[in-house]
Design a protein around this ligand. Sequence first.
Ligand code: FAD
Length: 470
Amino acid sequence: MSQTIAPVLGEATVQDLREAVRGEILTPADAAYAEAARVWNGAHDGHRPALVVRCSGAADVIAAVGFARGNDLPIAVRGGGHSIAGFSTCDGGVVIDLSRMTEVRVDPVARRATVGGGAVWADVDHETQAHGLATTGGLISTTGVAGFTLGGGIGWTMRKFGLACDNLAAADVVTADGRLVHASETENADLLWGLRGGGGNFGIVTQFELDLHPLGPIVYAGPIFYPADAAGDLLRAFRNWAGTAPGEITGLVDLTTAPPLPVIPEEWHGKKVVAFIAASTGPVDEGEALVRTLREVAEPIADLLGPMPYGVIQTLIDPLWEKGIHAYFKATNLARLDDELIDRLRKLHLAAPGPQCEIHVHQMGGAVARVAEDATAFSDRSMPFVLNAVTGWRDEGAGAAHRDWARAVISAASDASTGRAYVNFLGDAGAGRTSYGGAAYDRLVLLKDDYDPTNVFRLNQNVQPSAAAA
Ligand SMILES: Cc1cc2nc3c(=O)[nH]c(=O)nc-3n(C[C@H](O)[C@H](O)[C@H](O)COP(=O)(O)OP(=O)(O)OC[C@H]3O[C@@H](n4cnc5c(N)ncnc54)[C@H](O)[C@@H]3O)c2cc1C
């Protein structure tokens, strides 16, 4: 938490900006400032931006960038505000907040959605499902389309439809020098490459164009909960199943604690459990056959895997991750899920310091792996699994124990890791070259030199331009 006090800006300059924008500008003098300065992650609350500009459109974004640069102030860009590392707030700078820019328009014939730069996945799912369409979104519906898609985007439909960034067909971007440029396969294609995994390094996306696919309204999806002592058997069965399962299904094993939900027998509430969660994009009546082997692992505590509305699986765990919770994640890409690692994960699960300490093992492959390594900035595509240590806590004093535990989970996997990590699952800044890998990172630096040579957009998993690195 930061104690820095926001600098006093000349009211004349702020007044100029007020006249230039149609959205809202909040300074520490405004009653609504405290709420506007809050981010989703309580662990990053307490920062004091000089102002929050709630933009109404691209013109406001251009004005805000110009104002910040003219006053030599740092810029934090906010889409859904879910950054685990706290990138969408700052001290003494300008928060360019796109959370009012949530419009989603669907072209059902072209199977394409245009999505405002501040929309969250609930906005997209709501509009696209009205047409029986969907695209890969997050496991939580309040996560922003922007940060999620620009970093990569792991979701329930990825093994059939690709990552979110693979469905990014085009974008409108406000650059560091205040231009509004379009990026697509035929226009500024280099920029589109960078937006597909390179994060917010190259500008502020005011509008996304996302490819859509037929899906729903009913899909075969949901969780099966088992006692914690089935974790080893489940992870081994999951490893074997994952290698042969068709792209229609995407699965996840979650070593967690049973939440106090009515669908879970009360005697299990608060106890360590392991869940297999999956979603199929295929025919509903073929879903059961796809997951049968994972049903035979042990006697379940609760089996909720079956036909359900797509909108339900997309919002199922929202109540556990409400705004204000403190959160820290740490992740690594796995080259293998061997018996030694399974044993270490099983033990770390039992040693977790709180009920929202979860070990996620995501099944990758399918459509994710079919995209060429150099086709997008998201470049580590051959890994069969992604390991994510997810923690959330409400008592401020519990942060150190949660962070230490998450780091221990990822350290335990070091010999099974590809050495790379998915940037959106990292709670610490400075992921850089290690996460992207040398070749992709070198290309990202060249793109950064073109679009943001003075590193105006640096509150992100930062790609340092050559001038800064020299
Ligand atoms: C509860 C929770 C669940 C999650 N689940 C998943 C999941 O299922 N799959 C997954 O892949 N990830 C998941 N994530 C991680 C998520 O993808 C990242 O936190 C992502 O960055 C959030 O995007 P946002 O727009 O909400 O965040 P923000 O905090 O608004 O922004 C994140 C980053 O993107 C930049 N940015 C934001 N908007 C723009 C814009 N319009 N233009 C340019 N840059 C912008 C910001 O400056 C910042 O650097 C989850 C995170 C949380 C907290």
